[in-house]
Every structure is written in C-alpha cells, then in structure tokens.
Design a protein around this ligand. Structure first.
Ligand code: LMR
Length: 399
C-alpha cells in the first residue's frame, strides 16, 4: 500500500524551524517560525501561565473527558475576551463556541462547517495569506480564491483593490480576514477600513471568517479585536477562529476555539450541533490542559492582570524592535526605505528581498526567514540586530 506514496518536501515554515535547529553556527538568527522571543532569544512560559498551571494542577482530580465542545468556562471566557464583556451577540445569546486544538483546529472546523452548509462555497483569502491557510481551508474540499490585499510599494493595504474585488463577489461568498497582525505582511486594516468593509459585507451578503491569532500583540487587546466586534454587532453570521498560541504563549498545548455568531440563538445552537459532530469525526474531543490554563487566568483577577501586563510587554518589545530595526537598516542600507516596518503591526513583516537574497542570507549569514522574505520581528534582539542589518546590506549589494 504505502509504496505508492510520494515523498513530500517539508512544510515551508516548519521545515525552516528544523533547518535552524540543525545549524551549529553561533551567529545564527531565527526570523522564521512565528514564535515570540524575549531579549535573550528564548520563549519562556508566561508567569501567569505558570501560576495558573500550578493552581489548577493542584486542584484537578480526574482526567476524564471534558465535553464534546470542550471546557465551557474557557469557551465563555474566550468569547468575552474576543467580543468584549457586554457585546450584543453575547447578551442576545447568538454566539456558540467550540474549543479547538489550536487556531489551526478552529480554522479547519470552520471550513468543515461551511462545507456542511454548502459544499460549493468558495473561500476568498488575501494575497498573500499565511501559508497554512491554504491547505487548512481547502483540505476539506472547499474551493479557494484570492483577493488583492498587500501593496508592496507602501507596505500597507491596497484597500481600493480589495474593496473592488470583494464588491464583485456573489452573495454567500466566504471571505477570510485577519483581525490584526496580518500574517505574513504586518499590514493591518484601520478602524475606518473595517467600517467600510462591514457595510460592503452587509450589502453583498458575504460571510466573514475572521482569524484572530495575535490578540494583544498588535495595538492592544481590545483594539486588535475591533474587526470581530464590529462584524459581530453588524452582521447576522460571522465565524471567528481564535488562537491562544501567541498571546498566552501556549504553542505546544494546542489551545484555540471557533466562535460561531448566528442570526438567532436557535441557529447558533444548530451550528454547534454540527461542529460537535465534525470534531467527533476528526479527533473526538479537544485536549484539556491549555484551555484549563486560559480559563484559570481569565477567571482570576490577579492572574488576568498579570497576563495583561505580560502581553503589553510583548507588544511593547515588538514595537521597540520595529523602531530599532528601521534605525539599524537606515544606517547599513541608506539606499533603501525600510520605514514600513515601523508602521506595520505584530510579529511579521516582509523584508522585501528576493528569493536568492533570502537564500544568501540563510547559507552565508545564517539568518533564517521564509522564502517570501517574511521576518519574525520578535526573533531580533540587542545582540543580533546589528549583525542582521549588516547581513541584509551585504545581501542587497551582493558584497
Ligand atoms: C507562523 O506563521 O510561523 C506560525 O503561525 C507558526 C505556524 O504554525 O506556521
């Protein structure tokens, strides 16, 4: 049977992670996989997570299954974190949530729900989008198309092209949006642009599928959820895929959820029955640990305050690094304007070098980034920033 299988090349992001780990050069710089790092280049467990974990482990008395939709306390806490405490969809009972194995699990559950409702549905993703969106969403058989998004000339969003493309979509077309910290470009929609979009979605009858994977790492915890909050308040149906990997630092615990906002509580409940069935056929039930930690943190005033401080520190560090990277690059590459890096948000930016230069940076300077020149800003720190800026200058000038 398995002799027939074709050997596949590694995933572009995870393959890079493995190549970096195997590189023995002490100067190596990891700007590949989207993992937050501190000034020492480490990804430590958040203090709030550590404390929540200890409190919770001491109290847990069983390992019996949680529930088909996961931990109800976690689901409710996450709804409030994403939508805000008194959001009209919550007071109106129009939201149902299923815990998922990470943001990826949530995205796949959402795609499967769309396919169950309409096997011919088309999902439109931004150009570019996170590499794994494509297999995650199309893997269940949904058709994928693209809409224009990033403008390399400005480093921002080509909003008029985006609007024009979405305006042409038929009713019930699904549009995947990044709530904040767009992966891979760092180019986010402004509040005014979200408002224009919601009017378009309403007029055209489009279904938004919002991916929120970096809440708190862009502008602020509430600010980064502006899109889902506005869309939820204004539209009858919205899907929101939530990841706790980055903002809680729970990467390996696979912690996330899918929120379904529907027109009525009964319709939301129906969608949840479908989701529970879909999860049952894929992996039965989600893992407990990460969700239990997040629930513990969000339900406890002190831990929640500690977490909010830690997220704010991550955000401030990323913004600081963005400023410093621009400063350093200005000195080493005066011929080129890297100012867009400071205007963008979240962990990623496109450096804007070609694939040969990316390879040169990797093989000659041990600076790792994906082939499209996406850099994880959080992988920079005081020790490697100057080295990085010099390596970029050498790659750009061919010296
Ligand atoms: C990334 O974009 O690097 C992260 O979201 C990690 C991943 O799974 O690709």
């Amino acid at each position: 049977m398995f002799e027939r299988l074709e050997r596949l090349s590694p995933d572009p992001i995870l393959g890079l992670m493995a190549a970096f780990r195997a590189d023995a050069d002490p100067r190596k710089v990891d700007l590949g996989v989207g993992v937050y790092r501190n000034d020492q280049g480490d990804t430590p467990i958040l203090r709030a997570v550590r404390q929540a974990e200890q409190a919770m482990l001491g109290r847990q008395t069983t390992k019996v299954y949680v529930a088909p939709a996961g931990n109800p306390g976690f689901n409710q806490a996450l709804e409030r974190l994403v939508l805000g405490d008194d959001h009209s969809t919550l007071t109106g009972g129009r939201v149902r949530t299923i815990q998922a194995p990470g943001g990826c699990g949530a995205l796949r559950l959402g795609a499967e729900l769309i396919r169950a409702a309409d096997p011919a549905a088309v999902v439109h993703v931004s150009t570019p989008t996170w590499a794994n969106h494509v297999p995650l969403l199309s893997g269940c058989g949904l058709k994928l198309e693209r809409y224009p998004y990033f403008d390399p000339a400005t480093g921002g969003v080509n909003f008029s092209a985006m609007l024009a493309a979405l305006e042409r979509l038929p009713a019930r077309a699904v549009v995947l949006l990044h709530a904040s910290c767009h992966n891979p470009t760092g180019a986010d929609l402004s509040e005014a642009q979200w408002r224009e979009l919601v009017a378009l979605f309403k007029r055209r009858g489009l279904l938004p599928f919002i991916d929120i994977a970096y809440q708190g790492l862009g502008t602020g915890v509430a600010e980064d959820a502006f899109g889902p909050r506005l869309f939820g308040a204004e539209l009858p149906e919205v899907l929101v895929a939530v990841s706790c990997s980055k903002n809680f630092g729970l990467y390996r615990e696979r912690t996330g959820a899918l929120l379904v906002i529907n027109e009525t509580p009964a319709a939301a409940e129906t969608a949840l029955t479908q989701l529970v069935r879909i999860a049952r056929t894929l992996y039965s039930m989600p893992p407990d640990h990460g969700a239990a930690i997040v629930h513990e943190i969000l339900a406890n005033e002190d831990l929640r305050a500690m977490w909010a401080e830690e997220v704010a520190a991550m955000r401030a560090r990323i913004q600081g690094l963005r400023r410093e990277a621009v400063e350093q690059l200005k000195r080493t590459c005066p011929q080129r304007d890297f100012g867009f890096i400071e205007r963008q948000r979240g962990m990623f930016s496109y450096l804007g070098v070609d694939v040969e230069q990316v390879r040169e940076l990797r093989t000659r300077h041990h600076v790792y980034m994906t082939d499209d020149s996406r850099i994880n800003i959080a992988g920079l720190h005081r020790e490697n920033l100057e080295y990085f800026a010099k390596a970029v200058a050498m790659a750009l000038t061919g010296t």
